[in-house]
Design a protein around this ligand. Structure first.
Ligand SMILES: [Zn+2]
Length: 195
């Protein structure tokens, strides 16, 4: 009898311990995960990087006053990016440009388009069939000038870049019609030096 009782006691204690540990484990994990956003979870094992990495992705927006932008940009860059202007067709420095590298936002250096998605649309503006990533740009419905268009802006600093149309080449069928004045270029060689 004593042996059986002892055995049961051990089993019960063991079960309680497992239960307690299990609960603690679940509570701790559940608490962390429910308080963090869904995509943070997808960032497998990202908890330990939250202090640095998480902040870069979410808090990466660049906000400057009008005067600060004016001081940083040329008059044409300012008119296009901060006032939603459009450069005259066939006037921009990147319209016929064929260098290999990455086109970045002239305001904040956000990487926007790769040269291998650039093509000659004949429109007079640099044209791309895809951005580096959908997260780097934002699209806004634009009904100005009696047209229904989709405006493209830099997701990081809100610079006006141009418009996107659905008459582009494969594989996307999209034409990102972008002002040269909104772009700067980092060539492959330059990129390697920076790394
Ligand atoms: Zn930008």
């Amino acid at each position: 009898m004593t042996k059986t009782q002892l055995t049961w006691a051990v089993i019960i204690v063991a079960a309680l311990l497992v239960g307690v540990v299990g609960c603690n484990g679940r509570t701790a994990n559940g608490g962390e995960h429910s308080s963090s956003r869904h995509d943070a979870q997808a960032d497998a094992g990202g908890d330990k990087y939250n202090g640095t990495k998480g902040g870069v992705d979410m808090g990466d927006k660049i906000v400057k006053t009008d005067d600060e932008w004016r001081a940083l940009l040329t008059a044409e860059q300012y008119r296009v990016t901060r006032q939603g202007g459009t450069e005259p067709p066939f006037s921009g420095r990147f319209n016929e440009f064929k260098g290999a590298g990455t086109f970045v936002c002239v305001c904040c250096r956000n990487e926007l388009f790769e040269s291998d998605t650039k093509y000659d649309s004949g429109s007079g503006w640099p044209s791309f069939w895809a951005p580096v990533s959908e997260e780097d740009i934002k699209k806004i419905s634009d009904t100005s000038h009696g047209m229904i268009r989709v405006e493209v802006r830099c997701a990081r600093c809100d610079a006006h870049l141009g418009h996107v149309f659905e008459d582009g080449p494969r594989p996307t069928g999209l034409r990102y019609c972008i002002n040269s004045a909104a772009l700067d270029f980092v060539g492959e060689a330059q990129k390697k030096q920076d790394e």
